[in-house]
Ligand binder design. Structure first.
Ligand code: B12
Ligand code: SF4
Ligand code: SF4
Length: 371
């Protein structure tokens, strides 16, 4: 039977789970998306939030759709785990240590070919704004909802990426899992910013994974909590018991960036090195912003101060603001000299405010005591 062949091919292609669900609209998710937009919890998120009606009803995009074949790709342990914090380095969440969506795309491609070879229509969707992937995975019995808002699967916990094939083949539907988190709530206190405000509810305005890939400034009151993170955040996943065994089996490697080396790259080289990151409008300043916050949190040294000082002259005001913040956080006379110099030439009102606040922070920093 076609479903058995799809299932075998999916598992042979490295998927950890595969299931089938109908294409009825995900009305509960549409209401949640609309509520979170209205209440502000969405924090300016785009993606599926842009058009909740479309993203929760696949037949709006594919009127011929009859089923979703939903797949989970386990990207850990391939991703490696970041080595322990090391001076001068930043951290990348496991899902982004490389483009871990590639094997998922390949597996879905094979499934789509099986369907089209049988004369059916089939389109692959990976992290696509036309589908709410987690809701599809839950309905197809590939995973269950966790209180972290992640969906979890047996043996791999939250460490899966999701994708689907939309088809007109009327495949048999698979049963949803009868599982939940039970009494566990480990992810909620593990979040460094309190972004999980209650089970299953994320305040994106406080979520570091969101802020590090959003446009604009990183809110000043959350920059220390960014720590050494440059892209993504794994804290609520690391805390999750169903994923523990996999993490323990995962060796270190792949998740560290030399901050000074990355800040020295040209625009083109920076975008090329991190071409699999989502960066709003591919504006390199947003990545430099993240690198500067991690640099400020790094504890510093002469080279770090010189780098941040030099970036006070960057043409992008987002970079200048975060360079000022990094200098304030690094502290010391040299940092202060850079900031003083910039006050004489800076024209952008927001950057001026950041410089003033950084100077005030320098006054209070231990390196300044006694001056
Ligand atoms: C927008 C988005 C984000 C946003 C918002 C995340 C969010 N929670 O909505 C930001 C940028 C913060 C983000 C971060 C991450 N993301 Co993201 N993201 C998406 C995207 C594009 C859309 C998600 C969406 O529509 N959310 C809509 C809201 C309404 O969903 P929700 O918050 O999950 O709400 C449901 C639950 O709250 C549940 N619920 C409600 N009440 C309750 C109560 C209880 C008790 C429970 C258990 C559940 C529950 O029902 C709601 C739906 O009705 C999808 C890709 C896609 N096209 O689907 C990837 C996706 C969700 N992201 C993914 C990943 C890997 C991540 C990160 C782990 C990356 C990282 N390491 O930094 C983090 C995890 C942060 C987190 N805790 O969610 C994977 C998730 C895989 C998985 N195993 O779940 C996806 C599916 C991408 C993919 N194709 O693999 N992401
Ligand atoms: S990704 Fe990080 S900041 Fe966002 S909810 Fe999870 S632990 Fe909190
Ligand atoms: S940490 Fe516990 S409560 Fe949170 S998602 Fe994992 S199992 Fe569920």
């Amino acid at each position: 039977m076609l479903w058995e062949r799809l299932s075998v091919t999916g598992l042979e292609s490295g998927l950890s789970g595969i299931g089938v669900c109908d294409v009825d609209p995900f009305d509960d998710v549409r209401l949640t998306l609309e509520d979170r937009k209205a209440s502000g919890l969405a924090g300016g998120l785009t993606f599926t939030y842009n058009d909740p009606v479309r993203s929760t009803d696949i037949t709006r995009s594919f009127p011929w759709a009859r089923r979703l074949v939903v797949a989970a790709h386990p990207y850990v342990p391939d991703s490696g785990s970041p080595s322990p914090p090391k001076h001068g380095t930043g951290r990348v969440a496991r899902f982004a240590t490389a483009d871990h969506y590639v094997p998922l795309r390949n597996a879905l491609g094979r499934l789509a070919t099986l369907l089209t070879d049988e004369g059916y229509r089939a389109e692959t969707l990976v992290d696509d704004n036309r589908l709410v992937d987690r809701a599809a995975a839950v309905r197809a019995g590939v995973a269950w909802w966790g209180k972290s808002t992640m969906v979890l699967a047996p043996g791999v916990g939250p460490w899966i990426l999701l994708g689907s094939v939309v088809t007109d083949a009327e495949l048999p539907e698979t049963e949803p899992m009868v599982r939940d988190c039970g009494t566990c709530d480990a992810c909620i206190p593990a979040c460094p910013t309190g972004a999980l405000i209650s089970p299953g509810v994320l305040d994106a305005r406080r979520c570091l994974a969101h802020l590090l890939q959003a446009a604009g400034s990183i809110p000043i009151e959350l920059r220390e909590a960014v720590g050494d993170r440059v892209y993504g955040c794994d804290e609520c996943l690391d805390a999750c018991p169903p994923g523990q065994r996999l993490i323990q089996e995962t060796g270190e490697g792949g998740g560290r960036i030399d901050l000074l080396e990355a800040l020295e790259l040209s625009d083109a080289a920076l975008l090329e090195r991190f071409d699999h990151f989502y960066i709003p409008r591919r504006r390199p300043g947003y990545l430099r912003r993240n690198l500067l916050v991690a640099l400020g949190n790094s504890g510093g040294g002469e080279a770090e101060v010189t780098m941040a000082g030099g970036l006070l002259a960057n043409p992008d005001p987002i970079v200048r603001s975060h360079a000022a913040w990094a200098l304030g956080r690094l502290g010391g006379q040299a940092a202060r000299n850079h900031l003083d110099g910039a006050t004489r030439s800076e024209q952008d009102a927001e950057v001026v405010r950041e410089i003033e606040s950084a100077l005030a922070q320098c006054e209070g920093s231990p390196a300044e005591a006694g001056h």
